[in-house]
Design a protein around this ligand. Structure first.
Ligand code: FES
Ligand code: MG
Length: 609
């Protein structure tokens, strides 16, 4: 890829369009005491007065990589190239750490930390002498946390993806992050591999630095950051170890300095048109069901109207073009070689599904960036006329179990239809008997119990997994069937839950149910043996009980809520539980939403001394 093509209006010796906010710290003749105090500490490692007082943009590098976050760890290396880019364009780089978020390692959930990292980054971006910021993104929730903070503060910001790991291989077949776990679990349950074999098989999916190489939440969110226009076009899919990734880091560093000089802010880029573009791209890539939570949160923080209904209205009819696991067969390296996000967006743009006028981080419009982009491998990124599936978006359901929950349309297979069809004349209505679990521990303890009577027409329900019940919300909705059913060839059952589902899983699930059971949602009223009807045409999911029975059960609600809501274990668990919204509106910190574009609306913070 030609490096120059990603960057427009390069202006390395350009002048700033306005007084830099950093000069409020470093060059304020009206308050020499504080100016001296601010400056002396940044001189102490070798910066010079000349650099700090010469109207050169001070650019933060929000470093999300560390030994605790292996998915983003390569940013420790990339940051050197970002610094060189910043310096080459005339800026001064100041790198600082963000609160770590690693999806699989953080207990009880990484979801709990998204809002914590968000809040901490807002404080840093607003409270320090930064004119712009490079947001280093990667692992699932590191991307929304950073973009949510950039939205709230609204200083010039650009995202740099760390890139996916190289493809994983085992005995000649691709093994993908997360996705291989579901398959390995089945093999283990079926007795085909042992414990050590299980671990070796799963580990084969992580052959290098980088984030999950499947179309999980990480690849999804990095692709959507690019689709939104918040990173350079072509940047999301570059695998972490590739040399192109280093070049991209340098270009990103150069570009943020130009963005500061042009005063190009997240609010210029993250418009409603950009979010609708991202919704459509999410369908075409087969993106994670975590995407609506995160994009809705970002939109709320920047003051753009975006609801779950928009996901259905604008995304449901978009075809699936990207053949990546878990929906398809390939992995991250293939995605990059086939053209990555620009190839996907080029297809959608020519089909009239994108707003080509949306502005992006390189100063050009979507149409200018991707108008000519095409798939380089039509097996991996399909042309619009030959999709993998015709409808790949989400459907949004409501009913007496919840006000809002999402389901990926593409996971509804023929086998699923055949098993759960309740009325041959109504092929969009399904019915099944439910088996209810109170959280993942209860599921693991009882899933093999024959007394539950789980068969191929059972719907598995899990509750107590939402943002309050399982602080942050756990990715536990995708539950594998009992071993006997797997041996009989039934590899998944539909699941319903108030938690999330891992983006690397491809179970037919209804998830992110809001309100959650711990907050009085209808899932709290379900009992094993109830029948649930899902009507896709009417977008309803209901338990088939009369109002009298529901009222009887509602009387016991407090007791159920208490049973599925364990005590908080940390201060943040308790604080977040008190102020988090539900999944349908992004699970944001509700008191934070009113703080928008604060660099502008609140001016500079007061001096510290
Ligand atoms: Fe970090 Fe998948 S666990 S990217
Ligand atoms: Mg995940």
């Amino acid at each position: 890829e030609d490096g120059q093509s990603r960057v427009a209006d390069a202006n390395p010796v350009g002048t700033n369009h306005r007084r830099l906010r950093s000069r409020g710290w470093f060059d304020n003749p009206g308050n020499p005491d504080m100016t001296a105090l601010y400056i002396e500490r940044y001189l102490n490692y070798g910066l010079s007065l000349e650099e700090l007082q010469s109207d050169r943009p001070i650019i933060g590098i929000a470093q999300s990589g560390s030994d605790l976050v292996p998915c983003n760890r390569h940013h420790l290396v990339l940051a050197d190239r970002v610094r060189e880019g910043i310096r080459d364009a005339g800026g001064i780089a100041i790198e600082f750490p963000t609160h770590p978020i690693q999806e699989t390692g953080k207990r009880p959930t990484a979801g709990l930390d998204r809002n914590l990292a968000y809040m901490a980054l807002v404080e840093v971006l607003y409270g320090y002498p930064l004119d712009g910021v490079v947001l280093t993104i990667g692992c699932d929730k590191t991307t929304p946390a950073a973009l949510m903070a950039a939205a709230t503060v609204d200083i010039p910001a650009i995202a740099l993806s760390v890139g996916p790991m190289l493809n994983g291989w085992f005995k000649g077949a691709r093994t993908g992050s997360g996705t291989i776990v579901w398959k390995a679990r089945e093999l283990l349950a079926a007795g085909e591999i042992d414990y050590q074999g299980f671990i070796r098989l799963v580990a084969s999916s992580a052959p290098s630095t980088g984030y999950c190489n499947t179309m999980g939440t990480a690849t999804t969110m990095n692709s959507l950051a690019e689709a939104l226009g918040m990173s350079l076009p072509g940047s999301a899919a570059i695998p972490a170890p590739y040399r192109d990734r280093q070049e991209c880091a340098w270009e990103t560093g150069k570009r943020i300095v130009e963005m500061v000089r042009a005063n190009r802010r997240p609010s210029d880029i993250m418009t409603r048109a950009a979010f609708l573009n991202a919704i459509r791209v999410n369908s075409a890539i087969g993106g994670s069901t975590n995407a609506p939570i995160h994009l809705n949160a970002m939109a709320r923080h920047i003051g753009v109207e975006l609801t779950l209904a928009d996901w259905e209205e604008h995304g449901a009819d978009v075809p699936l073009l990207v053949n990546l696991q878990p929906a398809g067969e390939y992995l991250g390296e293939d995605y990059y070689r086939a053209g990555g996000v620009p190839a996907v967006m080029g297809e959608l743009l020519r089909a009239g599904l994108l707003d080509g006028s949306a502005l992006t981080a390189n100063g050009r419009s979507v149409a200018e960036n991707v108008g000519e982009a095409r798939s380089e491998d039509e097996d991996v990124i399909r042309p619009f006329a030959r999709p993998l599936r015709p409808h790949a978006g989400l459907t949004v359901l409501s009913g007496n179990l919840f006000d809002g929950a999402v389901m990926k349309l593409s996971v509804i297979s023929e086998a699923f239809r055949a098993r759960f069809l309740s009325d041959p004349d109504d092929p969009d209505a399904f019915e099944g008997r439910v088996v209810v679990f109170d959280g993942p521990e209860d599921y693991h303890a009882r899933i093999e119990d024959p007394a539950l009577g789980i068969d191929e027409r059972t719907i598995l329900v899990i509750r107590g997994a939402g943002p309050v019940g399982y602080p942050g919300g756990a990715e536990v909705v995708n539950m594998r069937p009992p071993a006997a059913l797997i041996r009989a060839g039934v590899h998944n059952l539909p699941c319903i839950g108030d938690g999330r589902q891992s983006g690397t899983s491809y179970s037919p699930s209804i998830l992110n149910a809001a309100p959650e059971a711990a907050m009085g949602g209808g899932l709290a009223l379900l009992e094993t043996g109830d029948r649930v009807r899902i009507d896709l045409k009417r977008r309803r999911a209901d338990v088939l009980l009369d109002e009298a029975e529901l009222a009887r059960r509602r009387a016991g609600l407090a007791e159920i809520e208490e049973r599925i809501t364990p005590e908080s274990q940390t201060p943040w668990q308790e604080i977040q539980r008190g102020i988090t919204g539900q999944f349908d509106t992004g699970a944001t910190l509700e008191p934070a939403v009113k703080y928008q574009r604060i660099a502008e609306t609140k001016g500079l913070p007061r001096d510290s001394h």
